[in-house]
Write a protein that binds this ligand. Structure first.
Ligand SMILES: Nc1ncnc2c1ncn2[C@@H]1O[C@H](COP(=O)(O)OP(=O)(O)O)[C@@H](O)[C@H]1O
Ligand SMILES: [Mg+2]
Length: 370
């Protein structure tokens, strides 16, 4: 039995449809990340499950029970809002213990659990402080500790690591998942950070305009994005505009601008159809050499720029047809390898290329949403 099930749920605020005819199932004990840009409906989705807002249509089930008319406190759900409200006049540990105590857990047990949660979120040393004495990041961790201590089996986290500094964010995301799994919690973790989602999630649900674009394990979302939006949102991607020039049994030839041609391993569309081809930045490899080369998907160009990203370097190449390509490689092999102005070839393996229909409102419109 799935932990959470939504069937054709729609939620409107006036003219805005925040969630549109959305169906999903989340298994017992699953750790799901909902990933999407601002305004895509992530918070509304959590509020619908928590019972803070009601759907205009559709059904919401928790543990098989229809909960459309069940109040939040009876849903066995811990909702940690993005903008949490702490109790200002009681100490940190009392804030955490409030949930278990109000559920009737013994004092001893409630404080023991609360202390564990404070240790996990690295706040044990501030147990006797008041919320206003904590930094923003600490307050967020306190909200998290409080949600965790509530004892609910379903955890709804709205951008739980958003206010933390980078180092702590990285450290805590592993802890979050570990803790959820240890306690067999069903977790929905909302984020707009694709890296965070890839690292913690069993499954990622990509949301846009209140609709699911794609759901699946992180590797699938990354390697086989179903559309341009997902490709762009979940990692570095290069896009080329073109037309289908020819198709055969094993794939297609795509005509790019100014006479460049790409081979892809997908039989796609009909000849003359306008398309977009995508390749991940780390799949675009650079081959040195000014002398003329012949071969499939070898595109001549010039190194335009190199960015140092710490563990990676990214080369920006302007192809001779005017298209631009970014090629990302580990610093250890890439640093200093090519110089700005150097003539090179970009090599794209047919199996690494994805193809999409040209978006109705244009490629740039499609990419600017984020
Ligand atoms: N209380 C509200 N009243 C009116 N519009 C709202 C309200 N809450 C959210 N919205 C709108 O609904 C859409 C989805 O919002 P939200 O669920 O907060 O998205 P996200 O969390 O992904 O940023 C947005 O267009 C937002 O402006
Ligand atoms: Mg939000």
């Amino acid at each position: 039995m799935p932990g959470i099930r939504l069937v054709k749920v729609t939620k409107r605020y006036g003219d805005v449809t925040a969630i549109r005819n959305l169906s999903l199932e989340i298994g017992d004990g699953e750790y799901v990340c909902v990933l999407g840009p601002t305004g895509s409906g992530k918070t509304t989705l959590l509020k619908l499950i928590a019972g803070i807002v009601k759907p205009d249509s559709g059904e919401i089930y928790i543990d098989g029970r229809l909960v459309n008319n069940v109040p939040p406190q009876e849903r066995n759900v811990a909702y940690v809002p993005q903008y949490y409200a702490l109790f200002p006049h009681i100490s940190v540990i009392d804030n955490v213990a409030f949930g278990p105590l109000s559920r009737g857990v013994s004092r001893e047990e409630a404080y023991k659990v609360s202390m564990q949660m404070l240790e996990m979120t690295r706040l044990a040393w501030r147990a006797n402080s008041f919320p206003h004495e904590l930094s923003g990041g600490m307050q967020q961790r306190l909200a998290l500790a409080r949600g965790l201590a509530s004892g609910a089996k379903i955890l709804l986290l709205d951008e739980p690591l958003g206010a933390l500094d980078a180092r702590l964010r990285v450290e805590l995301r592993y802890k979050l998942r570990e803790m959820a799994k240890e306690n067999n919690l069903t977790t929905i973790h909302v984020t707009h950070d694709q890296e965070e989602a890839m690292i913690v999630a069993d499954r990622i649900i990509v949301l846009r305009n209140g609709e699911i674009q794609q759901e699946g394990p992180p590797s699938q979302i990354y390697n086989e994005p179903k559309n341009i939006f997902v490709a762009h949102f979940v990692g570095g991607a290069n896009f080329f505009e073109g037309f289908v020039a020819e198709t055969d049994q094993n794939g297609s030839w795509i005509q790019l601008r100014n006479g460049f041609v790409l081979r892809i391993n997908e039989v796609f569309g009909s000849v003359g159809e306008r398309v977009v081809v995508m390749v991940r930045e780390e799949k675009a490899t650079i081959i040195r050499g000014a002398k003329k080369r012949e071969g499939i998907n070898l595109l001549p160009g010039t190194i335009e720029w190199v960015s140092f990203l710490g563990d990676f370097v990214s080369y920006s190449i302007i192809l001779d047809n005017g298209d631009r390509v970014n090629s990302k490689m580990p610093t250890i092999i890439g640093v200093g390898r090519f110089r700005v102005g150097e003539r090179v070839y970009v090599h794209l393996r047919p199996e690494d290329l994805r193809i999409y229909p040209y978006p109705p409102h244009g490629l740039y419109k499609e990419l600017e949403v984020i």
